[in-house]
Design a protein around this ligand. Sequence first.
Ligand code: 5AD
Ligand code: SF4
Length: 468
Amino acid sequence: MAPPRKLHIKSYGCQMNVYDAQRMVDVLTPEGFVETASVDDADLVILNTCHIREKASEKVYSELGRLRQARDEAAQNGRKMQIAVAGCVAQAEGEEIVRRAPVVDVVVGPQSYHHLPQLLARADAQGRALETEFPVEDKFGFLPQPAPATIRARGISAFVTVQEGCDKFCTFCVVPYTRGAEVSRPVGAIIADVERLADNGVREITLIGQNVNAYHGDGPDGHAWTLGRLLQRLAAVPGIVRLRYSTSHPNDVDDDLIAAHRDLAALMPFVHLPVQSGSDRILAAMNRKHSAADYRRVIDRFRAVQPQIAFSSDFIVGFPGETEVDFAATLALVTQIGYAGAYSFKYSPRPGTPAADMQDMVPAAVMDERLERLQQLIDRQQSAFNKAAIGQTVDVLFERAGRKPGQIVGRTAYLQPAHVFPGPGMAPDALVGQVLPVRIDSLERYSLLGELAATPPQHARPLAATGA
Ligand code: 5AD
Ligand code: SF4
């Protein structure tokens, strides 16, 4: 048997890329690849790229420069290193990548990962292979399932793609071009994935999609199911204790999703709901098709059924034509809503998007200054939110042993990391996968520190009982 070939994947950007990287591993494992943490001893390096902003996109080319050296060194030692570019830059700039970086063997768009083995073989035979089509076939049907041991090694929290692509066409955004039209996976396939994950120790599922709450997959009853209905069904899968979904669009929040937040204890009260701007004029120029008041009403609907709910968001500062008055409206909206956290970005013109042709670019220095002010406001809100946990008893889902001996790390409903020392006689590993109440004593940067507020149940075996 041939020795295993070593595979190194470097992912940039969103959660979808993290998930896609795992799918690529699942495709390449049966081909005899094993993962390696180091670029230098890899036989295949895949850059799983992000095209959302220019900075993300340009990283690919600097990384390819470094990879050329690693590849030359490998060649000097008589070893061949193949280099593949995947993800959204591959999709958007296929030919350009090959022109700018001849070191690349394979360029593969996100819809074609199931063809990776054939593409690598073709590159071997012909020197190079490129595939960035949107095939008509459903790639999900062709992606192999990870082995039980692989699922267990990936931990108790897993992503599942339920929807891909976007039909919204916000004027700044490349996603509708790189990820294509909106497609939902059928309900049955998602349930099967989640059951398999749960059977192999997964306790928390995050359903992901570029526009996840536009989900409308075929249900077993022959009707299209909403995200709310899907969540309700998944909450019944034995072993699943937490459900999340990301990323949502305010215009696709329907009554089923609100009802899910009212009815499902497993559905975490933490929603990422990007608004991008607080100015109606800018929202219109962005083609968001909602006003700031519409967004506030959506937030109110969630809050009416689930008072514990907290929100995060994305913001763009310096969209073309943004005035100080527009920016003040963004600050006002952030102040009104009160976020648990948020991401904010300087506007970056993306080739091929309508906004890239707009006049009235905001000067770089103004953008910097606005970003700084917005981030300060968001940071203050995030700190206040985290501080409010001190003195409270909160549920923590434990994920893994911590860095310090005897420590265990988990997350609260709001994804805040929580660190606990369960005390002598209790193996931290035995708590992994359990939700337990923790009394929060203090805050260290973004992490909460606390103590178990209840004795773990029987199946969390104390050290003494295991003889360890
Ligand atoms: N410039 C800056 N930020 C952008 N985003 C998307 N496109 C751009 C762009 N051209 C941001 C949006 C989106 C997040 C994923 O990235 O805020 O919600
Ligand atoms: Fe991009 Fe999101 Fe707008 Fe779709 S809804 S175009 S993914 S910003």
